[in-house]
Design a protein around this ligand. Structure first.
Ligand code: CDP
Length: 228
């Protein structure tokens, strides 16, 4: 029917390194605004988990590409809800498969579609990841780059692991974090970089509430106080 088209969905892009707090922030902002939320990292984690479960290595390119093409996230497969995708083993596999251009290409359409037409007829979408503001949604209404020092992020990850009952060693978590930072920043395709027009939120010395207020203030300045 003419004139009944939905207004263009608002898009909030939140990127940043591992354990920067971007996931928690994105979920809270989406909840506050009534927008849909997509944790894009879960897609790469799902690909990593499929590869490992098939007994393949994350460095096996054909296996990773086949897994990414088989994922079909729109059908919300069980693997996306599997708690094992949160493990560090799967996180490492995710960052390895994420460096493969064909894996990224296989997941691109779903992410763009989610942003353009958010599920549940939501008025907007919040996507968090590594390349949302630079590659997936370069025209996003508001872009945030959430970061924190590598030591603070390693401490946060350690607490998270301990809370899950995982017996993690301080120095190993820090080394893994540095390893993943390097892989995510140095890869040729869609590396982790701040979009030129992103608002930088360094959460090293912030509580989750302070980060939320600062992020919301910026988003309001971009999409208007009525929408936020
Ligand atoms: O939760 P955490 O920040 O540790 O990781 P994640 O967001 O779940 O992402 C897991 C891995 O997927 C990252 O190390 C990245 O290599 C990759 N990833 C990506 O390449 N692009 C995205 N948009 C999201 C995640």
């Amino acid at each position: 029917m003419i004139g009944s088209a939905r207004p263009r969905a608002r898009v909030i892009a939140i990127d940043g390194p591992a354990a920067s707090g971007k996931g928690t922030l994105a979920a809270r902002i989406a909840d506050h605004l009534g927008f849909a939320h997509l944790d894009t990292g879960s897609l790469y984690r799902a690909v990593g988990l499929i590869v490992l479960r098939n007994g393949d290595s994350a460095t096996d390119r054909p296996a990773a590409i086949t897994a990414a093409r088989s994922l079909c996230p729109e059908r919300a497969p069980a693997v996306l809800r599997d708690s094992e995708i949160r493990s560090d083993r799967v996180g490492q596999a995710a960052s390895t498969v994420a460096a493969i251009p064909e894996v990224r290409a296989a997941l691109l359409g779903f992410q763009r579609e989610f942003a353009a037409d958010p599920p549940g007829a939501a008025a907007g979408a919040v996507l968090d990841g590594r390349d949302v503001g630079t590659v997936i949604c370069p025209d996003a209404d508001a872009k945030l780059f959430v970061t924190a020092s590598v030591e603070v992020r390693a401490q946060r990850r350690l607490k998270e692991l301990q809370a899950r009952g995982v017996n993690a060693i301080d120095s190993h978590v820090l080394a893994d974090m540095k390893d993943r930072d390097r892989r995510d920043s140095e890869r040729a395709t869609a590396p982790l970089v701040k979009a030129a027009d992103a608002f930088v939120l360094d959460t090293s010395d912030m509580t989750a509430d302070q980060a939320f207020e600062a992020a919301l203030g910026f988003i309001r300045s971009r999409i208007g106080p009525d929408a936020a």
